[in-house]
Design a protein around this ligand. Sequence first.
Ligand SMILES: [Zn+2]
Length: 246
Amino acid sequence: MKHRVKLLLLRLSSYIYKNRDSKVIYYHDVHSKQSYTDMSTSIDLFRKHLEIIWEEGYTVVDKIQNPKKEIEITFDDGFRGLYENFDFFIDNKIPVTLFLIPDYMGGPNYVNEKEVSEMLATGLLRIGSHTMSHRNLDELDEDEVHLELKNAKAFLERKFDANIDEICYPRGRFNRRIIQLCREHGYTTQYSCLPGSYSKPFAEGVLRRNFVQHATPEEFRYHLYGAGELFYKRYLKQHFRNTYAH
Ligand SMILES: [Zn+2]
């Protein structure tokens, strides 16, 4: 019943907001045999999502440049499934962005440095920071936030000889001060988990992203049309607190 209500809301919302705007979508992992997290998407479902993207006339790009008809695919946390299934991305020439947590890398369910380097060498992977240890930034004191932002950037730049200027907030939690601190540390693009179009950022350089990892093909199509917009206020209430914890 709950699922039917959700589906109805998504369908309704997709009619109200129907657009062809470029959108960032996000996942946590993909799997074919072994799954490393219950947030993982089966490669079969992921393939269906891609087919819908193509059917609807969208192009998957590494970084959105146009306000219409582009999709950017991001993965959070750095689970191993992406690496194990990376041939799928190579075969279909699908660029993706991966937000890494240095403290988690090399752990049993997570990619290690060598694997990230291998994926980078294909030219299909971009990497960004997901902070050093994935703690909720809005619950830390300011010194700790500085360290989370600074250390992750320095680590990733050193290990991968890359320019790290993008960040994704752990669990999507942020506030005005965090946006400011991220900017001070050189993160020019910040990924939130507020749903909606690329062309309607929350603030300058603070992008919206659409959560689709368990979306059925039907639900995914509605998200592509902009159905997530209906849930914007709810997500905002859950993830954005304009007060500083300390
Ligand atoms: Zn995360």
